[in-house]
Design a binder for this molecule. Sequence first.
Ligand SMILES: Nc1ncnc2c1ncn2[C@@H]1O[C@H](COP(=O)(O)OP(=O)(O)OP(=O)(O)O)[C@@H](O)[C@H]1O
Length: 303
Amino acid sequence: MAKHLDSHHVNLPNVESAQTKQIVYRFIMASSTLALSSPLHWTKFELSSFICNKSRSRFNFRRTQAVGISCHYSCLEVKDVYYRPPGTQLNILNGISFSLPEKSFGLIFGQSGSGKTTLLQLLAGLSKPTSGSIYIKKYRNDDKPNESPDSLLAERVGIVFQFPERYFVADNVLDEVIFGWPRQSGDLQLKEYLTLNLQRAINWVGLGGISLDKDPHSLSGGYKRRLALAIQLVQIPDLLILDEPLAGLDWKARADVVKLLKHLKKELTILVVSHDLKELATIVDQSWRMDMGGTLREEPLPV
Ligand SMILES: Nc1ncnc2c1ncn2[C@@H]1O[C@H](COP(=O)(O)OP(=O)(O)OP(=O)(O)O)[C@@H](O)[C@H]1O
């Protein structure tokens, strides 16, 4: 099952299973963060040894903070995005445009098969738009935008796929969070930095009371989702994307996750695709309906 992967362009539909897709994504994010060379040739079973060996050579974990420090505020801008999967004649996304200000919560809803997940994959850098642009626009104190907007970098986007717990790869919480990190010794400063990030992410999602030795599969449904979020929060992402964050959870865990998302949106820009409109309505700042044919329009939640 050798795969040829480019960290900047992964054609997800060619990846065979959902499990491989999730693992591939996490590995790509780790390797682009670590500035490993790409494209990479690997098999699923070579993954762990690759991480241990190859990543020893260079470690360049981003030490920057999220956008919005040197400017007044920033906005995710998606402009006239079209997507046609390679080798097909069909546009799945047709002229998608929207913007989402930082530290707000956006929700995309719509019929199954309308293209919601495809859009999320473009935003996460897992596929490239056929045309159109995705960038971060920064605004100065006088509310005027900076001349040149920044691209939304794939390594600055966190994405939690549907049912993330199905793709946990480690047998303890700590290893799950640090999957893809280098295993080298030395650089005390770096280790301190990583430990701080790890600790912050764990506390942020309310997993502080859980032993890092615990088997992730033994956590409750809500805590598994917390862990999946913590993995993405180790580096504060410019955009956190969640695909059906409440799917498959019981009522208590759903309420728990909604409460956590409400807390996280104070610090993060969050974009969610969900059918659970009622439960999320209280925390949604902006919403859009995706129609069949891959078009998007702003619309209040129909709840
Ligand atoms: N690589 C591809 N080649 C051809 N068609 C594709 C490809 N990827 C996705 N599609 C099709 O594009 C459409 C949109 O899929 P997508 O998963 O984005 O929809 P969705 O709105 O997220 O659906 P759901 O709510 O069920 O998750 C579907 O009809 C899907 O079969």
